[in-house]
Design a protein around this ligand. Structure first.
Ligand SMILES: Cc1cc2nc3c(=O)[nH]c(=O)nc-3n(C[C@H](O)[C@H](O)[C@H](O)COP(=O)(O)OP(=O)(O)OC[C@H]3O[C@@H](n4cnc5c(N)ncnc54)[C@H](O)[C@@H]3O)c2cc1C
Length: 490
């Protein structure tokens, strides 16, 4: 515990992964930490819906980069298994194409055999590609990502200088150089979709996501992703953090260009330090306009990660021909990407993702039933109406029946949907983005919105819109980075 931190009060806005992570680090460092969350439960985008015995993770469902979760808990002398149990999924996932299905196994040998089946000779290329992705992972995770994004010089390490060309080539060109089969190309481009931009706009250095995928594998916390949040909440409380839910912050207070706390329901709550893990643009709008760093034009020009149309569906029977994670890449990948990024509109023929956690975890659904989560990525800011939601539900259910060769529509006990309007209402999300601001070359590291306000002393930001970027593991890291900046400044 650092003596200088003793008693200093920090108010944290929001309780997503980044906020909870920062709250834990700051409490460990001796700060007096209070979290205010506008919703009824902690967790942010990683909310949980429990209905009629079905358990749904409403946001993230892919547990990737287990090393980052392990490091997080280890920083507090804990183990991940002190809070939740993990299973490595086997197979990791399945991809449905219009004329074939690719299964991604839980070892490189199994994945290589599948690549050989599709494109003879491709497994040797794949091993080379993944070896390079592993080198990138080591550089990214052990060197670059742990820097706070304050200066371009942070990106300059012995290792990145050697790899500088990888920041100017795209993952798309790198994959196409090595693989010819369109199905293998889509398989290898899928992981960078987590970064929120088109593969043709994402630097090839981000192939470390392919190592996360094929090298480290896909895991499932027993009971669902919300178990991670429950674990982090317990840890935060063990460390002395006070958490208030159903409490929205209305204003960040500033005096003499220094924050003095927040206002909630007309009442001032004083603190030496304020840290917001809410969406960055919303956080800045809690300030009077002269204290904001970024204009509306700034936000409007940025490439945001997609929004999503989501369905949480309870089925009264077990489904066949599916795995825990399933991607439906049976329509035109490029056209859908254009309709998200280049000419934003509701997709003509959408790709979608379907998650059935009850396939591997019986606790997620009543006996003999299946818990289904369906996700269609869409452009942020689209008009969102009940009619459109229904129309797309029919489209994807019909495709699902066709591709998996079974009837399921009559077995739906209930369905709930979540889309642009809900992202805005529930999370104060800019344009209803689902997972923040994309990691393109122009929006990487020091080019992202800052962890530290340049205008207001002791005001800090964390989360998927700032450094290092979208996703659960980056959000954990973001909380750590900002807590280090706070400690340094105080
Ligand atoms: C549908 C979906 C699927 C995803 N899939 C994956 C996946 O499989 N794997 C993965 O790694 N990542 C995934 N992600 C991304 C991941 O969930 C996010 O990157 C991460 O959860 C973001 O955490 P955060 O702390 O930045 O923000 P958030 O989780 O958004 O937390 C911000 C919090 O601030 C609160 N808040 C907002 N305004 C106020 C206010 N005025 N006062 C008080 N509180 C306020 C919000 O209610 C919210 O709880 C997915 C996201 C979505 C939406």
């Amino acid at each position: 515990m650092k003596l200088h931190a003793m008693g200093k009060k920090v108010i944290v806005i929001g309780s997503g992964f980044s906020s909870l992570s920062a709250a834990c680090y700051l409490a460990k460092d001796g700060y007096d930490v209070t979290v205010y969350e506008k919703n009824e439960a902690v967790g942010g985008r990683a909310a949980r819906l429990i209905k009629e015995g079905f358990t749904f993770d409403m946001g993230p469902s892919w547990y990737w980069m287990p090393d980052i979760f392990d490091k997080f808990f280890a920083d507090f002398g804990k183990r991940t298994s002190d809070y939740y149990l993990l299973d490595k999924l086997s197979p990791a996932y399945k991809i449905f194409f219009s004329d074939d299905v690719i299964t991604i196994g839980d070892t490189m040998d199994k994945i290589c055999a599948e690549f050989e089946r599709i494109e003879p000779g491709s497994s040797a290329q794949l091993r080379k590609f993944i070896a390079k992705a592993q080198r990138n992972y080591d550089i990214a995770i052990n060197k670059v990502v742990l820097r706070p994004g304050l200066s371009p010089l942070e990106l300059v390490t012995k290792e990145t200088v050697m790899e500088v060309d990888q920041f100017f080539r795209t993952i798309s060109s790198e994959v196409r150089k090595n693989f010819k089969n369109p199905k293998l190309i889509s398989t290898l481009e899928f992981p960078v979709l987590f970064l929120g931009a088109k593969p043709s706009k994402t630097p090839s250095f981000y192939s470390f996501m392919n190592f996360a995928d094929f090298g480290l594998g896909t895991w499932h916390p027993k009971g669902g992703m919300y178990e991670i949040i429950a674990g982090m909440k317990s840890l935060a409380e063990e460390l002395g953090v006070t958490i208030h839910t159903n409490t929205a912050v209305d204003k960040i207070l500033v005096e003499d260009r220094k924050t003095t706390g927040v206002s909630i329901n007309g009442e001032d709550h004083l603190a030496e330090i304020v840290l917001s893990g809410a969406d960055y643009r919303h956080s800045e709008r809690l300030l009077d306009s002269e204290h904001r760093q970024y204009s509306e034009t700034y936000w409007d020009k940025k490439t945001f990660a997609p929004s999503s149309l989501l369905f949480y569906v309870g089925f009264d029977k077990k489904l066949t021909n599916i795995e825990h994670h399933n991607l439906f890449f049976d329509t035109d990948f490029e056209l859908h990407a254009q309709e998200i990024y280049d000419a934003p509109q509701w997709p003509t023929d959408p790709l979608f993702y379907a998650n059935f956690p009850s396939v591997t975890d019986g606790s997620m659904a009543p006996k003999g039933c299946e818990t289904g989560f369906f996700l269609v990525p869409i452009a942020p800011g689209l008009a969102d109406t009940p009619q459109l939601r229904d129309q797309y539900f029919d489209i994807i259910m019909n495709r699902f029946e066709l591709r998996t060769g079974q009837k399921v529509i009559k077995n739906i006990i209930f369905k709930e949907s979540f889309c642009v309007n809900d992202f805005i209402d529930r999370y104060n999300s800019y344009k209803g983005n689902a997972y923040g601001m994309a990691n393109t070359l122009a929006q990487t590291a020091f080019l992202r919105p800052n962890l530290k306000s340049k205008k207001v002393k002791n005001l800090f930001f964390t989360g998927q819109l700032t450094v290092p970027g979208p996703g659960v593991p980056p959000s954990l890291i973001s909380g750590k980075l900002v807590s280090e900046l706070i400690v340094k400044a105080n």
